[in-house]
Design a protein around this ligand. Structure first.
Ligand code: AP5
Length: 218
C-alpha cells in the first residue's frame, strides 16, 4: 500500500498515519519528523532548515525531494509506505511522478482553520518517536509524559498561534493546488492513477480512523 495523506497543519495526518502504518505494516515517512530529527542532531541539514521551520515557511523543494527520494529507496519501503507531509507543492508532486513512484491512494483530511488553531495550541509531541497527543482530545496517560517511554513531551516551536496562522496561509497558497492535481489524476483512470479521497477530519480521531480504513478497503 502506497498512501499520501494531505491536509492542513494539525489536520490529524500524523495521528492517523500512526494507525494506518501499524494496520498495513508500512513505514511512515514524515518529512516534518525527519527535518525535526535533523534539527535536534544539529546536522548540516538541520542547521539549514531550523529557521525556516520555526517561521512556518516551507523548506526548499530540492532539499525535501532529495530527502524523500533517498528514504523511499530504503529496504523497508519495498512493500509500501505512507507519506505524511509530502508532497506539499506542485514541484514535489511532479518529482514523485517523474521518479516513477506509483501510488495507491491520496487522501485529504479536511479541517476548518478555526479548529486547527485550537488543536495545535493543545498539541504535545514526543520528539524521538513522533507520537502525538492533545491535552484535551488525546491526552497521554500521565500528563506531560509519553505513554511508551515516560519521557517528557514538548510543545513544538511552530505551534505558537501566529506561526500557525502563517502555516495555514502557506498551506492554502502552496499545497491546496495539489488537491486538484490528484483529483484530476484520479479522474484520468489510467493504470498508474492513485485513487483520490477527501474526508471530513472534524470528527473524533476514532471516527476519522474508521472512515480511512473503510475507504482503503478494510
Ligand atoms: P510537519 O511536521 O509536516 O507539520 P504539518 O503538516 O504542519 O502538520 P502537523 O504535524 O502540524 O499536523 P498533523 O496534520 O500531523 O496533525 P496531528 O496528527 O499532529 O511540517 C513542519 C514543517 O517542516 C513545515 O512547516 C515546513 O517548514 C517543513 N516541512 C515538512 N514537510 C515539508 C515539505 N514536504 N516541503 C517543505 N517543507 C516541509 O494533530 C494535531 C493535533 O490535533 C494533535 O494534538 C492531535 O492529538 C489532535 N488531533 C488529531 N486528530 C484529531 C481529531 N480528529 N479530533 C481532535 N483532535 C485531533
Amino acid at each position: 500500500m502506497r498512501i499520501i495523506l494531505l491536509g492542513s497543519p494539525g489536520a490529524g495526518k500524523g495521528t492517523q498515519a500512526k494507525f494506518l502504518c501499524e494496520h498495513y505494516c508500512i513505514p511512515q515517512i514524515s518529512t516534518g519528523d525527519m527535518l525535526r530529527a535533523a534539527v535536534q542532531a544539529n546536522s548540516p541539514l538541520g542547521q539549514q532548515v531550523q529557521a525556516i521551520m520555526a517561521s512556518g515557511a516551507l523548506v526548499p523543494d530540492e532539499v525535501i525531494i532529495k530527502l524523500v527520494k533517498q528514504r523511499i529507496l530504503e529496504q523497508d519501503c519495498q512493500q509500501g509506505f505512507l507519506l505524511d507531509g509530502f508532497p506539499r507543492t506542485l514541484p514535489q508532486a511532479q518529482a514523485l511522478m517523474d521518479a516513477g513512484i506509483s501510488l495507491d491512494a491520496v487522501i485529504e483530511i479536511r479541517v476548518a482553520d478555526e479548529i486547527i488553531i485550537q488543536r495545535l495550541s493543545g498539541r504535545r509531541v514526543h520528539l524521538t518517536s513522533g507520537r502525538v497527543y492533545h491535552q484535551d482530545f488525546h491526552p497521554s496517560r500521565i500528563p506531560g509524559r509519553d505513554d511508551e517511554t515516560g519521557e517528557p513531551l514538548i510543545q513544538r516551536i511552530d505551534d505558537q498561534a501566529d506561526t500557525v496562522r502563517h502555516r495555514l496561509d502557506v498551506y492554502h497558497q502552496q499545497t491546496t493546488p495539489l488537491l486538484k492535481f490528484y483529483a484530476d489524476l484520479a479522474a484520468e483512470q489510467v493504470a498508474a492513477s492513485p485513487q483520490f479521497f477527501s474526508i471530513d477530519g472534524n470528527q473524533a480521531v476514532e471516527q476519522v480512523r474508521a472512515t480511512l480504513l473503510q475507504l482503503l478497503g478494510d
